[in-house]
Design a protein around this ligand. Structure first.
Ligand code: ADP
Ligand code: ARG
Length: 346
């Protein structure tokens, strides 16, 4: 990484929150600061500098980054989540509080449902600043906890190192495994030592999965075909609490669950459906309007930064901080109900 002594100049068309909130004054104040792990401003913003098409452009190296570089993180968090520096985050993973009967019981629109949360281990640096040794130890510790799960959550851990190319590609194509090679993560230092220390745990049915050491140290995932959102949330909620009895997650009352990217703070939850909306998607303006009204994000079929295929879209909650997990899923549910109603009208 080149030394960052001078204020970075972003291209004219750069629309990242980093470019918007990194003023010369903020830069001058923060440029020589470091966290106790030695994580610098330069490391935090390298991804946004190398990738001017970033939407956000900044990552944290540890929980302390959010206070050491608060002058930059706070306005970015405020703008993305609508959350102020005095707000408190609340968690609620109780399925009894969710009202989400299957919005598509005849399986006409929803292909599959997936809910994931990100988690990081208390007391360790986050992925951008973790050492090789710490990452490998974490993999051992977390995979041992996962290998102890029982019943429907019981499964096996598959390290990426040594996994055959064919198996890996199949898991990616089936939407179970992360892709690797992401240029945003690369510039954030999150791909160091790849594929060492990375892997995936899943049960036999592949309805419960855990990614280890990708963008966050754990991504806990519940997914299945169709639109039974309640079942997916209930499984996730149980899995999270069982894993939490074996490892301590990084959490504070202000920012909730700590994540490497500020978009994931709070619940670190993305609840999504893959949904067929052939008519509505022919009118992207209306599609986007309904999505915005319900705080939804539209992604392509192969995850973030991918395109739609066959009129199928990935629709998920956009807000994650200052709302509970139940509210995240409720956002997605209410929005999906509205999208299906509009599709039926057309
Ligand atoms: P993340 O959800 O972890 O932020 P991505 O957007 O990259 O990351 O998605 C990861 C993988 O999960 C991709 O293969 C994507 O297609 C898959 N996926 C996301 N939502 C669903 C869904 N509702 N059904 C099936 N697969 C999904
Ligand atoms: N750093 C990328 C950007 O700013 C991704 C941000 C949100 N996505 C994520 N996977 N954290 O566009």
């Amino acid at each position: 990484m080149k030394e960052l002594n001078e204020f970075p100049i972003f291209p004219e068309d750069c629309a990242s929150l980093l470019s918007k909130h990194l003023s010369r004054a903020v830069f001058a104040k923060l440029k020589n600061r470091q966290t106790a792990n030695g994580f610098s401003l330069q490391q935090a913003i390298n991804s946004g500098i190398q990738n001017p098409d970033s939407g956000i452009g900044i990552y944290a190296g540890d929980e302390e980054s959010y206070t050491t570089f608060a002058g930059l993180f706070d306005p970015i968090i405020a703008e993305y989540h609508g959350f102020s520096k005095t707000d408190r985050h609340r968690s609620n993973l109780n399925p009894a509080d969710l009202h989400a009967p299957n919005p598509d019981p005849e399986n006409q629109y929803i292909v599959s449902t997936r809910i994931r949360v990100g988690r990081n281990i208390a007391g360790l640096p986050l992925g951008p600043a973790i050492s090789t040794e710490q990452r490998n130890q974490l993999e051992q510790q977390v995979s041992a906890v996962l290998n102890g799960l029982q019943g429907k959550l019981a499964g096996s851990y598959y390290p990426l190192q040594g996994m055959g190319e064919k198996d890996r590609n199949q898991l990616i194509a089936d939407h179970f495994l992360f892709k690797g090679g992401d240029r945003f993560l690369e510039a954030a230092g999150l791909n160091r030592d790849w594929p060492g220390g990375r892997g995936i745990y899943h049960n036999d049915e592949k309805t419960f999965l855990v990614w280890i050491n990708e963008e966050d140290q754990l991504r806990i995932i519940s997914m299945q075909m169709g639109g039974d959102i309640n079942a997916v949330f209930t499984r996730l909620s149980r899995a999270v609490s069982e894993i939490e009895s074996g490892v301590k997650f990084s959490f504070n009352d202000h920012l909730g669950y700590i994540s490497s990217c500020p978009t994931n703070l709070g619940t670190a939850m993305r609840a999504s459906v893959h949904i067929k909306l052939p008519k509505l998607s022919a009118d992207m303006k209306t599609f986007k309007q309904i999505a915005d009204q319900h705080h939804l994000q539209i992604r392509g079929i192969h995850g973030e930064h991918s395109e739609s295929e066959g009129g199928i879209y990935d629709i998920s909650n956009r807000r994650r901080l200052g709302v509970t997990e139940v509210e995240c899923v409720q956002d997605m549910y209410d929005g999906v109900v509205a999208l299906i109603a509009q599709e039926k009208l057309l």
